[in-house]
Design a protein around this ligand. Structure first.
Ligand code: NCD
Ligand code: ZN
Length: 346
C-alpha cells in the first residue's frame, strides 16, 4: 500500500483570489501548496486591460506570505470592447497568460461579459495568432435553458461554432461538470483541454439539495447528477493530458453564502490536495495525480513543470480548519463529507 507520494509541486489552473482583505486572508491557503495559479479576473470592476492586470498582479505579489515564491499567472477579462492590440501587447510582455471569456450573466461578477460573440472575434483571432489560450466559462445564460443543461447546450450552440470560426484558437473549458464536457474536451488534443475542480469530483447535486439546501456546495456550474460526477472522476484519473486541475476555489464570506440569495462559489484551497489524494487513492489511481495536478497544465500552457516537489502522506484522518477568518469575514472551507487520510507533509 502506498502511503507516501511525492509529486512535482502542483499548479492551480483556475483560481479566484479576490482583492483587499479577502486576498490577504486567503492567498496563503493556495501559496502553501501551489507554485502557480491562473488568476481569474472577475473582480468588481473586472481586470480588463493590461494596466488592470499589472496593478492586480502587484497587489497579489504584495499579499504573498514572507518567503513565498508563488507566481500568479494573470488573465484578462474579455469584453465586447477589448482592444486586440492591448491583448497582444500584454501577452508579448509576459504579463498575461490567458484571457477569460464569460458569457454575460453566467456567474459571479460576470455582468461585463460577452453578449454578442461576434464582437470578440477580432480579439479571438489575435489570440489564435499569438497562441494565447482562451479560458471559457462554458454555460449559456438563456432563461429558457435549464440550469442543469447549460453546459451541454453551450458546447453545441456556442463553443463548437466559435472554434470552427477561429480554428487555431486554443481553448480551456473551465470547470467542466458533465460527461458532455469530458467528451468534447478530449476531441482536439493540444488545441482543447478542460479543467476539473476538486469539489466536482466529490459532490453531485444530491449533496447540494437532499436533506436541506447546502449553500457551501452551491457553485457554478452547479454540480450535476452522479453519472456526470463519475465521468469527471474517470477523466481526471485517466492520465489523459486533456484534463488538469483548476480548483475554482472561490471564496465568499459566510453571510453571503448562508443567505436567501446565496453566492455561487466553493472555497477549497485549504484542503484541495488532501481531497484529491483521497479521490485518486479510492480509484486506485494515485500514480495519475501527478499528471492531473502538476504536469498536464504546464504542458498545455507551454510552461515548465515545477522543479520543487510536494509530498503527501497517508495516516490517521487529518482535520482542516472549518473556516478561514479573513479581514472581510469568515470563509467556510469545502467539506468533502468523508475523512481525509492524506495530508501534505512537505
Ligand atoms: C465563481 C466566483 O465566485 O467568482 N463562482 C463559482 O461558483 N465558481 C465564478 C466562476 O468561476 O464561475
Ligand atoms: Zn471560477
Amino acid at each position: 500500500m502506498t502511503d507516501i507520494l511525492t509529486i512535482p509541486r502542483p499548479d492551480d489552473w483556475h483560481l479566484h483570489l479576490r482583492d483587499g482583505a479577502m486576498l490577504q486572508g486567503i492567498l496563503p491557503e493556495t501559496s502553501r501548496h501551489f507554485a502557480r495559479a491562473i488568476i481569474m479576473p472577475n473582480l468588481v470592476p473586472p481586470v480588463v486591460t493590461a494596466a488592470d492586470a499589472a496593478a492586480y498582479r502587484d497587489r497579489i505579489l504584495a499579499a504573498r506570505p514572507k518567503g513565498s515564491g508563488f507566481e500568479p499567472l494573470m488573465t484578462l477579462y474579455l469584453t465586447e470592447d477589448t482592444d486586440p492590440d492591448d491583448v497582444r501587447a500584454a501577452h508579448a510582455s509576459g504579463l498575461v497568460t490567458a484571457a477569460k471569456l464569460y458569457p454575460a450573466g453566467a456567474t459571479t461578477n460576470s455582468a461585463s461579459g460577452v453578449r454578442n460573440f461576434d464582437k470578440v472575434l477580432p480579439v479571438l483571432e489575435a489570440m489564435a495568432d499569438i497562441g494565447m489560450p482562451m479560458c471559457v466559462h462554458g454555460e449559456v445564460t438563456d432563461a429558457d435553458i435549464d440550469i442543469f443543461d447549460r453546459e451541454a447546450v453551450f458546447i453545441d450552440r456556442v463553443l463548437d461554432p466559435l472554434r470552427r470560426r477561429v480554428p487555431d484558437l486554443r481553448v480551456v473549458m473551465e470547470h467542466i461538470t458533465t460527461r458532455d464536457g469530458v467528451d468534447y474536451a478530449a476531441s482536439a488534443p493540444g488545441k482543447l483541454a478542460a479543467t476539473i475542480t476538486t469539489h466536482h469530483l466529490i459532490i453531485n447535486r444530491n449533496h447540494l439539495l437532499v436533506g436541506g439546501v447546502k449553500p457551501h456546495y452551491y457553485c457554478l456550474p452547479v454540480a450535476k447528477r452522479e453519472d456526470h460526477r463519475l465521468a469527471l472522476v474517470a477523466a481526471a484519473t485517466s492520465g489523459n493530458p486533456s484534463y488538469f486541475l483548476g480548483t475554482d476555489s472561490a471564496p465568499h464570506i459566510d453571510p453571503l453564502k448562508e443567505n436567501a440569495c446565496g453566492c455561487a462559489g466553493v472555497f477549497s484551497a485549504t484542503n484541495t490536495m488532501a481531497c484529491l489524494a483521497e479521490v485518486f487513492d479510492a480509484e486506485g489511481a494515485l500514480d495519475k495525480l501527478e499528471g492531473f495536478a502538476s504536469r498536464h497544465g504546464p504542458k498545455f500552457y507551454g510552461l515548465p513543470v515545477n522543479e520543487a516537489t510536494l509530498t503527501l502522506t497517508k495516516g490517521d484522518p487529518v482535520t482542516y480548519p472549518d473556516k478561514i477568518i479573513t479581514g472581510d469575514g469568515p470563509v467556510t472551507v469545502f467539506d468533502p463529507g468523508f475523512p481525509l487520510h492524506w495530508h501534505v507533509s512537505d
